[in-house]
Design a protein around this ligand. Sequence first.
Ligand code: IPM
Ligand code: MG
Length: 371
Amino acid sequence: MAKYKIAVLPGDGVGVEVTEAAMIVLKKLGLDAEYIYGDIGWEFWRKEGEPLPQRTIELLKSTDCCLFGAITSKPKDEALEELAPELADKGLVYRSPIVRLRQHFDLHTNLRPCKAYEGNPLVYKEGIDLVVFRENTEGLYGGVEWHPIPENVRAAVDSHPAAAKFADCPNEDMAVSTRIFTRKGCQRILRSAFEFAKKHGRKSVTVVEKPNVLRETSGLMVREARKMAKEYPGIKLWEANIDAMCMWLLKNPFDYDVLVSSNMFGDIISDLCAQLVGGLGFAASANIGDSFAVFEPTHGSAPKYAGMYKVNPMAMLLTVKLMLGWLGEKDMASKLDAAIAAVIAEGKVRTYDLGGTNTTLEVAQAVAERL
Ligand code: IPM
Ligand code: MG
């Protein structure tokens, strides 16, 4: 029996191609794992009305972790139009499978390292090395929302003094998406960020919120951050508002180190940080829970490049590195990192985003040869 059982969900579009790239490298590394492929994504939405079939959830439950490619998400109405005709009137609603996986397996910590590799012509400034911790199950992604809004929710809204301005608005003309934070949710993501900072000798943790306006939710996060910071005397706690942070990251990226934020703000700031280090082609992420994790490149399925083997697999290869680290295969993780760094520094084998003409798989092979 292999040491690890890993679920592999290539998903849609270029997800399939970057997953192939990942496999080239994993094979070369000789990770002692059994890989079990599963169904997820747009194809299963269209055919079955379910982009995340129950059989896939069962598969994940039987594995140590999951490597995920990418999936296509579309707004509600567009998704409905693409359903198989026999499913059209069943009242099915498309919900992002990756968001559901994060919820279902309580993968509370989304870890998104953004490091500028030497020789990458796309980096904003050399030496940038940021790590984003994004709360992954609550906030605006919690899924508690309504349109039109039901009477009991309406009553709760009307009972709030600030809601007087909505008094004349009919329920069917009102949409509500909640932003629920729990103390536990805040503490879990803050703990992940501080522990990471401590383990890796990082100097500061910046909590990125907006407590001057979102007094209750962002306020809770910041208050918990201040409390927790006392347990980490060697690490500075900085506080920044999400809007100002977007500006400061462009102005002074070297002032920051570990960033921690709630779900939506973390989503936004992690795209910004990704661009600082060369774009989504270099952005890896890990969705980590207490005993299970799903590893995915931050990019999407890029439908316009699907089937062309053009996209940069580095984000996926860096994601594999995160997976190896989480599994405890530290040596393999650092070997892979060194091989990735070498291929980038050498600059000979490059995908189109770096001005090259190499394919997704050629880049993966170049990394594999370096191992
Ligand atoms: C991400 C993506 C997802 C998100 C989408 C695809 C639902 O943007 O992982 O950052 O919003 O979390
Ligand atoms: Mg995003």
